[in-house]
Ligand binder design. Structure first.
Ligand SMILES: Nc1ncnc2c1ncn2[C@@H]1O[C@H](COP(=O)(O)OP(=O)(O)OP(=O)(O)O)[C@@H](O)[C@H]1O
Length: 234
């Protein structure tokens, strides 16, 4: 279980997150939703260790991660797909995948690479192509696959539907679902796209001004126009 307990975090001396608590049970798919700039990305960055935690505690399966470094968290089983995906544009698809393996050196990575190419045939087809020549949807698939190369137990996804053609968004949703159900990987995603999040997540946390203001079954949010209006501006 990933546990975030009363976390305060931010940039320099400025706290963006204030007293944020949430839990992500093993195997769950949980969404954090909120308007632009409420601190969703900052939350994921605090979990992976790019943004320092000023107060509170983070733990995975009871192991305190609060003061550990990013690469230790990655080796400990947390993978992060940032907003915008951060594909290495000049590297081939294969090299994008290899880089992740070199970084965390999971055992048996060549087999893992073959398995990934079997699982994502589009990446096998495009394996020699530069990352920046892929479509937005293909880049998102590559970013997800790259995260899987580190053999994570928990996947943090920052707005996986952003910048993806509407016709491809469903494919991304299916891929994330498959990663969750077939590989048993726990997923914490942040989104502004309510439909996307409600389709795949079981539970939703609503964030506003750096705080968690509500949590509820994701599906219930779809029918609650007042909450949508107040916290998502839709
Ligand atoms: N590197 C940074 N240095 C200082 N302030 C930052 C930095 N990155 C983000 N912020 C500020 O932190 C606040 C929260 O930003 P964050 O990106 O976490 O929000 P968000 O909910 O993910 O929004 P978006 O959907 O636009 O990414 C904003 O006020 C933003 O300006």
């Amino acid at each position: 279980m990933l546990r975030i307990d009363r976390v305060r975090a931010g940039y320099g001396r400025t706290a963006i997150l204030d007293d944020v608590s949430l839990t992500v049970p093993d195997g769950a798919m949980i969404a954090v939703l909120g308007r632009n700039g409420v601190g969703k990305s900052t939350l994921l960055k605090a979990i992976i260790g790019i943004v320092p935690v000023m107060r509170g505690q983070l733990s995975l399966d009871g192991r305190d991660l609060t003061r550990t470094r990013t690469h230790e968290r990655a080796r400990g089983g947390i993978a992060y797909v940032p907003q915008g995906r951060d594909i290495f544009g000049e590297l081939s698809v294969l090299d994008n995948l290899r880089v992740a393996a070199y970084a965390t050196r999971p055992k048996g990575w060549p087999q893992a690479l073959e398995q990934i190419l079997d699982e994502f045939p589009v990446l096998r087809d495009k394996r020699m192509q530069r990352g920046d020549k892929l479509s937005g949807g293909q880049q998102q698939i590559l970013a997800l696959a790259r995260a899987l190369m580190t053999n994570p137990r928990v996947l943090l996804l920052d707005e996986p539907s952003e910048g993806i053609q509407p016709s491809i968004v469903d494919q991304i949703a299916e891929t994330v679902c498959r990663i969750n159900t077939e590989r048993g990987i726990t997923v914490l995603l942040v989104e502004q796209n309510l439909d996307f999040a409600a389709k795949i997540a079981s539970h939703a946390y609503l964030m506003d001004k750096g705080q968690i203001v509500r949590d509820l079954p994701a599906h219930d949010l779809l029918s609650d126009r007042d909450l949508q209006h107040e916290f998502l501006g839709v």
